[in-house]
Write a protein that binds this ligand. Structure first.
Ligand code: PRP
Ligand code: URA
Length: 209
């Protein structure tokens, strides 16, 4: 059974509040998303396995814990998930990176796939799936479907902001994955945008409209 973690940390709250401000420009928005992803990654990777390794310090020789070399993959949901990748890679620089391209139809809000490229042996890896926004949940559910179809069983989904509707839908569709949320917002509006949210994450990261 997966777990849902709503991260409760003043640094993350503060940075998400800055992201919400419509006056925050592209440059700062991008930096903040990356910083939040790193802080959330610190929590999400808390259960990475370690093993004891012998190290000679200037004083003595000691058996000390090191990451046990578990294979990792970071697989952002394009486009907006790209904004979180470098923050996570700052913590685990040797992780492989895959991409899943999905866009939401503006009328139906259904996700459509346009690209999928995953690292080798994806079925043996812990997959971290970042996307800043979990709105209806359609994109995240589809992305997890893809990864599971390729044999992955160990998946952590990370989002900066979730709507209650999307979180429920993702938990229902994929009860076995771990989900990390920076802020659980109030609701979706009639256009399936998160309220209060931050607007369109992809447009704000890439400066498009
Ligand atoms: C946004 C966001 C998620 C999706 C969330 O992407 O980054 O992928 O919407 O909505 P959902 O939970 O209702 O599926 P969008 O489709 O706007 O594409 P973009 O990242 O290319 O801007
Ligand atoms: N995608 C976004 O970027 N923002 C929302 O509020 C909902 C979906």
């Amino acid at each position: 059974m997966g777990k849902v973690t709503i991260i409760d940390h003043p640094l993350i709250k503060h940075k998400i509040s800055l992201l919400r401000d419509e006056n925050t420009g592209t440059r700062d928005f991008r930096i903040l998303v990356e910083e939040i992803a790193m802080l959330m990654g610190y929590e999400a990777l808390r259960d990475l396995p370690t093993e004891l390794v012998s190290v000679k310090t200037p004083i003595t020789t000691a058996d000390v814990p090191m990451l046990s070399g578990k294979k990792l993959a970071v697989v952002p949901i394009l486009r907006a998930g790209l904004g979180m990748v470098n923050g996570i890679l700052a913590l685990v620089p040797s992780a492989k990176v895959g991409h899943i391209g999905l866009y939401r139809d503006e009328v139906t809000h259904e996700p459509h796939e346009y690209f999928c490229k995953l690292p080798e042996n994806i079925d043996e890896r812990l997959v971290i799936l970042p996307d800043p926004m979990l709105a209806t949940g359609g994109s995240a559910i589809t992305a997890v479907d893809f990864i599971k179809q390729r044999g992955c069983t160990n998946i952590k989904f990370m989002c900066v902001i979730a709507a209650p509707e999307g979180l429920e839908a993702l938990k229902k569709a994929h009860p076995d994955i771990d989900i990390y949320v920076g802020s659980l917002d109030e609701k979706l509006n009639e256009n399936a945008y998160i309220v209060p949210g931050l607007g369109d994450a992809g447009d704000r990261i890439f400066g498009t409209k």
